[in-house]
Design a protein around this ligand. Structure first.
Ligand code: SAM
Length: 235
């Protein structure tokens, strides 16, 4: 089933072209094939409630690509709570220079994402099953961590920031900047600083913001705490 390639290409140009983001035919082919794979798998288990073609293009593909302009060349990227592969799959398809790891605690979802990436020849995407705050062997290994629709920002900062190298960035996919105010303590304690935000409207009119944070020093040893503590007492 073909998706609306014009909607995808023109929207990416209009919204993210000024950040240097463009799509080539191979990337678009991979994204189109991913749509088919998600719809097929969705019959067996729930990956997404967004299945209508244009809505999928806008709310999954274009939304996921919004962070691409903030990813340095040849970066090692990890997507925390990747679920059905968003934003990890679109990022890997568009940025073949980067190596992308999709991480999620649900094995079924990661099996789907990993198998589909292999089947479609998207070689720069691999998967890990686990909870971000427990993956100690991955701490300090990534240039960029992304996360969309995973948790409130203070919690997200604690589970994501340990994965980044000092000088690396976290891209939080949010609707707006409203969570910044309640995240000040978390930012300070985790040696993270808010660098910039990129706000835009999807073609549907829905507001979105990519919040960009930089890790300025190593994560203090007491973080991340166990998830029960993180959730019960967010920083
Ligand atoms: N990022 C995807 C998206 O935007 O469509 C999926 C969002 S889904 C609402 C949240 C996902 O985060 C779930 O698949 C869940 O298993 C995963 N998750 C939540 N907390 C996590 C953690 N601490 N470590 C790894 N995965 C986590």
């Amino acid at each position: 089933m073909s998706i609306n390639r014009i909607l995808l290409t023109e929207s990416v140009n209009d919204l993210f072209g000024h950040l240097g983001v463009t799509l080539n035919e191979d990337s678009i082919d991979a994204l189109e094939a991913y749509y088919d794979a998600v719809i097929e798998a969705n019959k067996e288990f729930n990956l997404t409630s967004i299945t209508a073609k244009d809505e999928f293009v806008v709310k999954h593909l274009i939304d996921s690509i919004a962070g691409v302009g903030f990813i340095p060349e040849n970066a090692k990227v990890i997507d925390v709570g990747s679920g059905g592969g968003f934003p990890s799959f679109p990022i890997a398809a568009v940025r073949t220079d980067c190596s992308v790891t999709a991480l999620d605690s649900t094995a079924k979802k990661m099996n789907f994402v990993g198998n589909t990436a292999r089947f479609l020849g998207v070689k720069n995407l691999t998967t890990v099953v686990g909870r971000a705050e427990e993956c100690k062997s991955l701490f300090g290994k990534y240039d960029v961590v992304t996360a969309r629709a995973v948790s409130a920002l203070p919690i997200l900062l604690e589970i994501c920031s340990p994965l980044i190298k000092v000088g690396g960035v976290m891209l939080a996919y949010k609707t707006d900047e409203s969570e910044l105010e309640v995240s000040k303590t978390a930012l300070e304690k985790l040696n993270m600083t808010h660098k910039t935000s990129f706000s835009f409207n999807l073609p549907t009119g829905d507001r979105r913001s990519i919040l960009v944070f930089e890790k300025t020093a190593p994560t203090p040893n007491q973080y991340p705490r166990q998830y029960g503590q993180i959730k019960k007492r967010p920083l």
